[in-house]
Design a protein around this ligand. Structure first.
Ligand code: ASP
Length: 438
């Protein structure tokens, strides 16, 4: 049986952390494929290696001197190499990077070097071959990840290698140049490797012991989530509760591979297991509560709206033309509200409102800003009666006004819209309702 393990930047911030990661890999013979991030922050005010690389690129592109930033990265890697007692000469690598930056500065190539060098060091430490992601993770010319080509090549390469270390975050375009996922993308590489190696588990090692059932900055000491389904995770992540890159689910989801979020600094903690399904009997009614501020509600009023064919289509066409994503559409008989992100609406607000007025001939259109959304998420809600009653009674008792209600038809979540000023108290109230102390 095979497991893929991925270590994030804080887990690889210095030699001591590299050593911890190596010990984790060596503690289980099934941990055969290792994906690494670039070294992250060692302390709060530190700078991630990836950010230093972006600074090198910015300087190189501007024709300025990038050598101080590159020298800092070199010091960090050489400190790790010497701290680990390895005899790995990185000088030729840094010369090659400097030459590339001087001749053809390329942003993604620059950024990819953090993971590349991390993988070199980890491969030397574990005494395992390194497989360069440039040779087996592919993107199409438009920058979209090419899952089929990658799966075909990578699975073949891994079959030939009983163990390997791979750099996360990047791959290559059809012309051979480097291309990266968005920030935090090594999580995605880990999932791709787990799929290509038919792993039974994708372990994602980070600096927290898994997901929490509520934001610890708002609720005091929230309970950890031991098991969560892919779908529940997507719902909570959308609302801002995130421990994983949002695209990391898809490669493992198609193969039904569970993800285990683990803590490098507390390897004995079981962490959170993200599974294709959590049986409803196993799960508590609510798995987690999360929310986000920054929404606006466009309220459209028109007599006999419900009898006007295609009304919603016209509204959505306007939003679509301006690239404004629709989040929720709570409707009444003669009113309709469209909840959107304020930041997406802001640049085209006047145009959107004018076009909506022109195409719907509405009696009134108003925008209400300062809306926060809170999602109560849990697969187990389906079999518990009175869940929405509890959500809204708890908010009512706390004197919090609910502006909007949306419940997914799969009964996986209940979403309440409240004023931004009520956001924290509402989150705390709901957490207290579903996760009572003692
Ligand atoms: N090093 C990259 C970043 O800082 C990718 C990653 O760590 O996953 O975003």
């Amino acid at each position: 049986m095979v497991k893929t393990v991925k270590f994030g930047g804080t887990s690889l911030a210095d030699a001591e952390h590299f050593r911890r990661c190596a010990a984790i890999v060596q503690a289980d013979a099934q941990r055969r494929y290792v994906v690494v991030s670039a070294p992250g922050k060692r302390f709060a005010a530190d700078v991630k290696v990836t950010d230093l690389l972006y600074s090198c690129f910015d300087a190189a592109r501007a024709g300025a001197d990038f050598s101080p930033a590159l020298a800092e990265i070199r010091r960090r890697f050489e400190g790790i190499v010497s701290g680990l007692g390895l005899t790995l000469d990185l000088a030729p690598e840094f010369e090659a990077i400097a030459n590339r930056l001087r001749q053809h500065p390329d942003r993604d190539y620059a950024a990819s070097r953090g993971e590349y060098l991390s993988a070199k060091v980890m491969a030397a430490l574990l005494d395992v071959p390194m497989l360069d992601a440039a040779d087996c993770i592919f993107f199409s010319a438009d920058g979209e990840f090419n899952a089929e080509a990658t799966q075909a090549v990578l699975s073949g390469r891994l079959q030939a290698l009983p163990r390997a270390v791979l750099p996360g975050f990047y791959g290559s375009l059809p012309d051979g140049s480097a291309h990266t996922f968005s920030r935090g993308g090594s999580d995605v590489t880990g999932a791709i490797v787990a799929r290509a190696s038919a792993s039974v588990l994708y372990e994602n090692w980070t600096d927290v012991s898994g997901m929490l059932s509520c934001d610890p900055r708002v609720a005091e000491n929230p309970a950890p989530i031991d098991r969560i389904s892919y779908t529940e995770l997507r719902e909570l992540a959308y609302m801002g509760a995130s421990v994983l890159h949002e695209s990391a689910i898809f490669p493992v989801k198609v193969a039904g591979i569970p993800i285990n979020i683990r803590n490098t600094n507390a390897p004995e903690d079981p962490g959170t297991l993200i599974q294709p399904r959590v049986s409803t009997r196993e799960s508590r009614p609510v798995t987690g509560i999360a929310g986000r501020k920054g929404f606006s509600s466009i309220v459209i009023e028109k007599d006999q709206m419900n009898e006007t064919l295609g009304f919603t289509v016209k509204v959505l066409e306007v939003l679509c033309r301006h690239g404004v994503l629709m989040e929720h559409i709570p409707t009444g008989i003669d009113t309709m509200s469209v909840v959107v992100r304020t930041e997406l609406l802001a640049p085209c607000r006047a145009a959107v409102l004018n076009e909506l007025q022109a195409c719907t001939c509405a009696d009134a259109i108003t925008v209400r800003d300062g809306l926060a959304l809170i999602a109560v998420v849990g697969q187990g809600m389906v079999r518990h009666r009175g869940m929405s009653g509890r959500v809204f009674s708890a908010l009512g008792r706390a004197g919090i006004n609910v502006n909007m209600i949306d419940q997914g038809s799969d009964e996986l979540n209940i979403i309440a819209g409240v004023d931004e000023a009520d956001f924290e108290p509402a989150l705390r109230t709901l957490y207290g309702e579903f996760f009572p102390r003692g």
